[in-house]
Write a new protein. Structure first.
Length: 397
């Protein structure tokens, strides 16, 4: 495995702060490995006895049933007044864990790191309870840049198409055979759906839930309409499914970090548009195992990769709308805005060329405007910057 330097660089300044370091990410995205890399760095600051690491998916700690057990276990290991570094992996497996975390923070000389595989780690009442006492970091599967570091002896283009097909789940790179990769990703998917979604949110209609998951996972980067999906079930299955149920299931998928919901933003009206959203997969490989017979949507897959990359680079991302036309992404960081259009290929298609470049005629500001595609030649025009997606993904961040 490679060193995840981007995340380590963000977290290092807080190693000795009393703020709780909260690390979230989809199951098997590399949180445990990242904690291990943090432990390696902490060992340069202190001795092993002052580092307490617990992975709550390890049966070694199965006797820790609740927050009281956790509190008692940790207090027995604290022997002096020197700072202890406490690292708790998959903390959501401990009922009412936040009570122990707050108590340890208030009463002991500790630096706390916790990870979890769902966004609820910082939601609702818990966010209020921990308000002002934590910093959060969201971990993603490998970016293409990280994959290239891992496999830099391979051809860039071959490596990219492998990434486009099977995604960036770190442990899938241990397998070379596609059957093994598919089996591994299927196990990861089942684990996410069963442990982080169905079990957690007590989903009763599992068949319906799986149908909605399949729809979203095999049609990424599309504007979603609950009305259309509800009508589909009515016409094809003679089944009445409410929009509320559909949106609830989609929310569970987002909270399980399987997908991300992205708002649409009216560029001229400068407001968020309610009702229709886009959903992007946390990892394309998890969509691949669901897509057995459907036609590949290469342009949509590229768009999904660009979205995840922008999030990795620290941007706040929205879908842009101008009149009835769409800008794939409006990305904002440090108060600065950038626009992105993404397509598979533009060089030989005037219609696509006009769609991808022409939309920018509707925007009268001077923020950078990009078109990202697989084309190898630089097709920049009229101040609009064209970039090959592989080169863009490998740029220094």
């Amino acid at each position: 495995m490679i060193k995840r330097e981007k995340y380590l660089k963000d977290i290092r300044p807080f190693y000795d702060e009393d703020l709780i370091k909260v690390i979230t990410g989809i199951r098997r995205s590399g949180k445990s490995t990242l904690l291990g890399q943090i432990v390696d760095e902490l060992k340069k600051k202190t001795d092993n006895n002052h580092i307490i690491y617990i992975n709550f998916e390890d049966v070694t700690y199965s006797d820790i049933k609740d927050f009281k057990d956790l509190n008692n276990y940790v207090l027995k290991l604290i022997k002096d007044q020197k700072k202890y570094y406490l690292l708790f992996d998959e903390i959501q497996n401990v009922p009412q864990w936040e009570k122990t975390i707050n108590s340890l923070k208030a009463t002991q000389n500790v630096s706390l790191f916790i990870t979890g595989s769902n966004s609820d780690l910082l939601s609702g009442d818990l966010a209020t309870l921990l308000s002002g006492r934590y910093v959060s970091f969201k971990i993603q599967p490998f970016t293409f840049g990280e994959v290239y570091l891992l496999k830099k002896n391979q051809n860039q283009e071959d490596l990219f198409f492998d990434y486009l097909k099977w995604g960036g789940m770190p442990q899938r790179f241990r397998f070379e055979d596609e059957k093994q990769i598919r089996t591994y990703l299927s196990d990861v998917y089942d684990s996410i759906v069963m442990k982080d979604i169905i079990k957690r949110f007590k989903v009763n209609d599992i068949d319906l839930f799986n149908r909605i998951v399949e729809y979203i996972m095999t049609t990424p980067s599309q504007v979603f309409s609950a009305d259309n999906l509800s009508l589909y079930f009515k016409n094809n299955d003679d089944r009445k499914v409410s929009k509320e149920t559909i949106y609830n299931y989609l929310e569970y998928m987002c909270r399980g970090l399987l997908i991300s919901k992205v708002d649409r933003y009216d560029v001229r009206g400068k407001r968020i548009l309610n009702g229709k959203y886009k959903y992007y997969l946390s990892d394309l490989g998890l969509g691949r195992i669901m897509n057995v017979s459907k036609k590949e949507q290469l342009g949509a897959y590229l768009e999904n990769i660009v979205y995840n990359e922008l999030i990795y680079r620290g941007y706040d991302v929205k879908i842009g709308t101008v009149e009835n036309r769409e800008i794939d992404f409006i990305a904002i960081k440090d108060g600065k805005k950038e626009y992105y259009q993404v397509c598979y290929q533009i060089s030989d298609d005037e219609k696509i060329n006009e769609r991808e470049f022409g939309i920018y005629k509707e925007i009268d500001d001077n923020y950078p405007k990009y078109v990202i595609s697989m084309d190898k030649f630089d097709l920049s025009q009229d101040g609009i910057i064209h970039k090959n997606i592989i080169k863009w993904l490998l740029e220094d961040k």
